[in-house]
Design a binder for this molecule. Sequence first.
Ligand SMILES: NC(=O)c1ccc[n+]([C@@H]2O[C@H](COP(=O)([O-])OP(=O)(O)OC[C@H]3O[C@@H](n4cnc5c(N)ncnc54)[C@H](OP(=O)(O)O)[C@@H]3O)[C@@H](O)[C@H]2O)c1
Length: 396
Amino acid sequence: MTTTAALRIGLFGFGTVGQGLYDVLRRTPSLRTEIARICVRDRYKQRAAPARMFTIDRDEILDDPDVDVVVELIDDPEAAFDIVSRALESGKAVVSANKRMIASRLPQLLALQHRTGMPFLYEASTCGSIPIIRNLEEYYDNDLLQCVKAIVNGTTNYILTALHSPQSGGYHEALANAQRLGFAESDPTLDVEGYDAAFKTTIIAAHAFGVVLNPSQVVRRGITAVTPFDVSVAQQLSCSIKLLSTVQLQGDSLSVLSLPAFTPNGQHLATIQHEMNAVQLTAAFSDAQLLVGKGAGGSPTASAVLSDIAAIRHSYRYEYKRMQQPVLPRVDHGIVVGVYARATETILREVPFRSIEIDHRSSAGNYVIGHVRLDELQRCTAFLDPTAFIAIMQQK
Ligand SMILES: NC(=O)c1ccc[n+]([C@@H]2O[C@H](COP(=O)([O-])OP(=O)(O)OC[C@H]3O[C@@H](n4cnc5c(N)ncnc54)[C@H](OP(=O)(O)O)[C@@H]3O)[C@@H](O)[C@H]2O)c1
């Protein structure tokens, strides 16, 4: 790809991120890009761009030999996979933000990149504006990375922040406010049940430790069961509840979780408020480092897409260096972790505690804090019970 000619972009999607990218590209002429065509679903919607740019026929982009880069920003993961595959097969570079599609189809996407030799970049898929994937690929490549711990979902962080306020009206009010402010979608299931976080955790595990997982292998729970009682217990213990994605290497074993966590208030991740995202990287020699930024929204997400487009101009591609290590870590959830479990008497009895530190019973709520093996916790009925709240205890 030359560095002088204008890069011709075929854009799929003109929603929050697609429109954000359109605006951002118009404000960065130095990148020398030109949007050749924009493919959308609805032919009749009013658009904040000239009508002649739009099409509902994906082939107008995919079959156009003058389109250099396909930027896929649609909300349908199946259609997105089809578009990305066909674009790569046609010799086009591709940029995407679709974490669900990428996390669920990583083996096929790796094979496609290998077979076609074309770059496929997706910085915006994980933590929006935070440059985490390229940092994992390049900067941490020669350091002994031990752990990535992150707040990767702005909706749940917004809700949890609201629940810690003395004026909080509870989970449903916080969710309704998040929806009113545009942080949460009308169907917020993927966010509040932790699926979105699990998709991003899968992508982080691939780039940080070279391990390709199905998102279902992430130990996952969302925040829908959290109550003001749980928040008050956390606060009494000088902690804040956060939905934390953790990918941790111990020896050659890797644990991959996305779970609510009692996070000590002295730790950086406990201070991340509202819809912000943050990634804490711990490596052998650099110790802990923190990246903080906006994880969603039109312009912040578009800024990561823009950075990928600029990288493609310089022939950048992911090398997935961690996947080429002689010995890859194996996923092992047999680790013992500290856990807070609040549930009915009957359900609490099902939690396979190996040791108990606090066993609390009151009319306000019953909870136990103790230690369990993560794989045993994951299999117990309490873990699946929608009314029980389970959180990992982060070490002080
Ligand atoms: N929103 C964020 O802050 C954010 C952050 C990070 C990553 N992402 C990811 O970025 C992607 C886009 O998100 P978004 O929030 O911008 O979505 P959105 O606002 O819902 O917009 C989706 C766009 O995709 C178009 N579309 C849907 N199916 C299509 C198809 N089969 N062919 C062509 N166009 C199609 C829609 O067309 P119509 O306009 O005609 O309906 C719409 O323009 C998603 O993968 C999302 O997970 C979003």
